[in-house]
Design a protein around this ligand. Structure first.
Ligand SMILES: Cc1cc2nc3c(=O)[nH]c(=O)nc-3n(C[C@H](O)[C@H](O)[C@H](O)COP(=O)(O)OP(=O)(O)OC[C@H]3O[C@@H](n4cnc5c(N)ncnc54)[C@H](O)[C@@H]3O)c2cc1C
Length: 409
């Protein structure tokens, strides 16, 4: 076991922290208040290689290890959840899915420009009547010669107005339940694709989230990812990566809550002493510290498993549930420590609290993760073999192929 970050990881951490301090923190209150998604940040992150950090160099990425993605997400979320969400969706949910499941044509055409940050990817699973219950989706894909015709609509899709390529899940054989779903790469420029961003979300107001409409969209069969009927497995394995990045981000949010709370607790005085000297305030900070350290360990363990090519569905779900809960609790307590000031936007903690709620809902709600953990523990849930796995790291080594479910430590 090695708890030290490598020199490369430390360098990336420092670089992203500086980037966030310079390019995000001075403007984020304004963007949040104006509900403005600053696309320039995506371009700057692309220049720094942050959009394809853990994608192999031969596919346009930086070839860094999977824990580097978690580190980047933590640093971004110290600034704001919006830009971490962008990386989660673009890199973890979309690009890593193409890396795992895409064929060479799809990797060359779509993954390479995404990993270089020249194109942006999104992931469209949720529908108005299908969130946790994915197989209730109604979007249809009907084979028509060498194409599929897609009709339907997706909602709550991050980066909907910004993405060039959207991974869309649709039913190819509705009678087959979860075996009737397939996955498609849909380009924004395809005829019949339109999007509409939401306003007035509770949090992540500096982010872009909304609807994707598909009206007789003709998608070439070359854009089907995986086999027909494999969409459910692809969607779930994508979440193994997305959830990891969300959990990584939560670590950064807890860190930000601690920083703000410690500063305030040392400055604000009541009853003749700084509030940090009151034990009940110390208790709230102590809980944050416990949340930070346990979440970070859970996240790094998942990154370690990914690096070795071990199946990590169970561990990722646990990390995501615990880290997001800890981040939300930390943000609520950070507001509490700030008293009435925490209730104003003079301090960042109210934004942290609003932002921290969405990750408890997206990529598997808290309740879904609790069910998953209970079912694993009770022996009701077992990982099914997948046809393709994410490559282990380092990528260069020929023998670094995944060991799949059999590789559990
Ligand atoms: C800011 C934001 C960004 C998002 N980005 C994306 C995106 O990029 N792509 C995408 O596809 N989706 C995205 N989503 C959607 C998100 O993944 C869904 O909202 C989530 O899966 C929950 O689905 P739902 O909202 O339909 O809730 P429901 O599934 O209707 O759940 C409602 C409530 O019932 C509970 N519940 C449901 N089933 C069970 C059960 N079996 N046992 C116990 N409790 C249960 C849930 O935990 C929840 O409390 C985003 C959501 C938000 C808020």
């Amino acid at each position: 076991m090695d708890f030290l970050l490598s020199e490369d990881q430390q360098a990336v951490q420092k670089m992203v922290r500086k980037f966030v301090d310079r390019e995000i923190n001075p403007y984020i209150e304004k963007w949040d208040a104006e509900q403005h998604f600053e696309t320039g940040i995506i371009e700057k992150m692309a220049d720094l290689g942050l959009m394809g950090s853990c994608i192999p160099e031969r596919y346009g990425g930086q070839g860094m290890d999977y824990n580097t993605l978690a580190i980047i997400c933590a640093e971004l979320e110290r600034g704001d959840t919006a830009f971490r969400t962008a990386v989660s969706v673009h890199t973890a949910l979309n690009s890593m899915t193409l890396l795992q499941w895409g064929d060479e044509f799809q990797k060359e055409k779509y993954l390479v420009p995404q990993a270089q940050g020249r194109k942006v990817g999104a992931y469209a699973l949720t529908e108005p009547n299908a969130g946790s219950d994915v197989t209730s989706m109604q979007t249809r894909a009907i084979r028509n010669g060498d194409d599929y015709i897609l009709n339907g609509g997706k909602t709550w899709i991050s980066l909907c107005d910004v993405a060039d390529h959207i991974l869309v899940f649709a039913k190819t054989s509705p009678e087959d339940g979860h075996k009737g779903l397939s996955c498609f790469i849909v380009e924004r420029t395809f005829d019949g694709v339109s999007t509409r961003g939401f306003k007035h979300k509770l949090g992540i107001r500096a982010g872009n989230t909304g609807e994707v409409f598909l009206d007789n969209v003709r998608v070439p069969k070359e854009n089907r990812v995986g086999e027909e009927g494999e969409g459910f497995k692809i969607a779930m394995s994508a979440l193994d990566n997305g959830r990891f990045s969300v959990a990584g981000g939560a670590v950064g949010l807890i860190d930000a809550c601690i920083e703000a709370s410690v500063k305030y607790a040392n400055e604000r005085e009541t009853f003749g002493k700084p509030i940090g000297k009151h034990q009940l305030v110390q208790q709230m900070i102590a809980q944050m510290v416990a949340g930070l350290e346990t979440s970070r360990l859970l996240v790094y363990r998942v990154g370690w498993m990914k690096n070795r090519g071990f199946r990590n569905t169970r561990e990722t779900s646990l990390a995501k549930w615990c880290a997001c809960d800890a981040a939300f609790n930390a943000a609520v307590d950070a507001v509490q420590i700030h008293g009435a000031n925490g209730y104003s936007h003079e301090f960042p903690v109210e934004r942290y609290m609003r932002n921290a709620k969405a990750p408890v809902i997206y990529e598997g709600t808290r309740e879904i993760h609790q069910v998953v953990q209970g079912e694993y523990a009770l022996g009701y849930r077992k990982d099914k073999e997948l046809r393709k796995y994410l490559p282990a790291w380092p990528f260069e080594k020929e023998e670094a192929v995944s060991r799949g479910a059999g590789g559990r430590s």
